[in-house]
Design a protein around this ligand. Sequence first.
Ligand SMILES: Cc1cc2nc3c(=O)[nH]c(=O)nc-3n(C[C@H](O)[C@H](O)[C@H](O)COP(=O)(O)OP(=O)(O)OC[C@H]3O[C@@H](n4cnc5c(N)ncnc54)[C@H](O)[C@@H]3O)c2cc1C
Length: 428
Amino acid sequence: MTTDKPLQIAVVGSGPSGCFLAQALNRKRPNDIIIVFDQLAAPYGLIRYGVATDHQQTKSITRQFDRLFAKENVKFAGNIEIGADIKIEDLREQFDVVALATGRPNARQLDVPGKDLEGVYTAADLIYSLNSFRGKTDVFSTLGEHIVLVGGGNVALDILRFLIKEHTDYDGSDINDDALEAYLDAPVKSVTVLNRSSIDEAKSDSAMLRELGSIEGVRFSSNHSPKDGLDENSAAARRRAAVDSLVTDQPSTPRVEVGFWFSTAPEQFLGTDTLEAIQIHETETHESSEIHADSVITAVGFEADDKSPIYKGHESLMRITEDSGRIEPGLYRTGWLKRGAVGTIPANRACAQDVAKEILADIDGNHIHTATEKRGIDGLRHHLAEDPISFAQWVLANEKELSLAEVNRVRKKFVGQQGIIDQATTQS
Ligand SMILES: Cc1cc2nc3c(=O)[nH]c(=O)nc-3n(C[C@H](O)[C@H](O)[C@H](O)COP(=O)(O)OP(=O)(O)OC[C@H]3O[C@@H](n4cnc5c(N)ncnc54)[C@H](O)[C@@H]3O)c2cc1C
């Protein structure tokens, strides 16, 4: 292959990993055509649909990707599901390089007896509605007064913040107000946060814990014991300091109680059809006990959507690896699909840059062979019933969302994809 011919590069997934990869490749090979496909009409994956609605600063990273898509040679192709609308094999026939950045969007289920009882929810049941990925669900009006939250990472803390915040705490957010109002009609009185790990090994960031301290009317408690001799700059010491400070600053008349129970894991969800209690055990002493709960929300990680047609016959693509992103010359993967559902947005930048280096080395080393002329997306039009949503069309939908923002909100999101598609296609 000659390297002066512009290559056709397909990136599948417009979440942070796909966008960082497109950015890194475009910097080194500004003449190549890069098409970033997404099954959704809106770009940016979990930045739009996962990151908490009150963390707009985090979401603002999309501005740098907006600038990427403003380039003539980098295009967004939304509302195209690879694996369903276009097979990977067909994509590879028309593109010199195909890189998968399809993420791991499904909430992992906690595999304990009683997991199917009514009243047992996953983080995704709340987060995807709060972010308008789907409409309001019954979960918001059926949580009850006493909630057990299972999980010790940042997503659990996103859920906790939601459970204990009041209406005005959402100023400046893009929360789905139908879901918020349904919840605030009867908010919780107590949240018990079960963390299998000790406070020293917990996954949560101290900054996220400290942020809880700015919410009025919450009384925090924790079961951790003091410990001497920790390096004060260690993550464990900072986490302890954050929890200690939450516990020290007590309101006189709390609205809601939050208990952090470290080294404690659920054994069983109890109830006939509906959840009534949780059997828990202390992971160090192995003591068991039972606590009452109206509902439980599990935030124990995310995994690949193994039902997605893209993986049919390509199951090995879901294998987690810290090694190479190269599956074979010409086919690559990056981000959460490659490394598993761990790491924040910046970790995907580093991952994408490493995979970009592998791709560039394969191009420079002539390891990518093309048998026929590759036509990129033009060679695939016959597979598509409708044209992809372009970036310019997405901008129209985006502007509409911004213009519809109600008082104290930064935007009013379309719920799901159809509103975006309608807006994008009728205006253009
Ligand atoms: C609830 C939650 C909150 C988080 N909050 C933060 C935070 O505050 N700060 C932070 O730094 N990190 C946060 N993270 C982590 C961050 O979201 C991830 O690190 C990041 O989104 C992973 O990027 P990705 O591009 O690999 O996957 P994703 O963001 O999931 O993007 C994958 C994209 O691929 C598309 N796709 C999938 N299958 C197909 C297909 N077959 N065809 C076409 N397109 C497809 C999807 O529609 C999606 O757009 C959070 C994660 C979660 C789950």
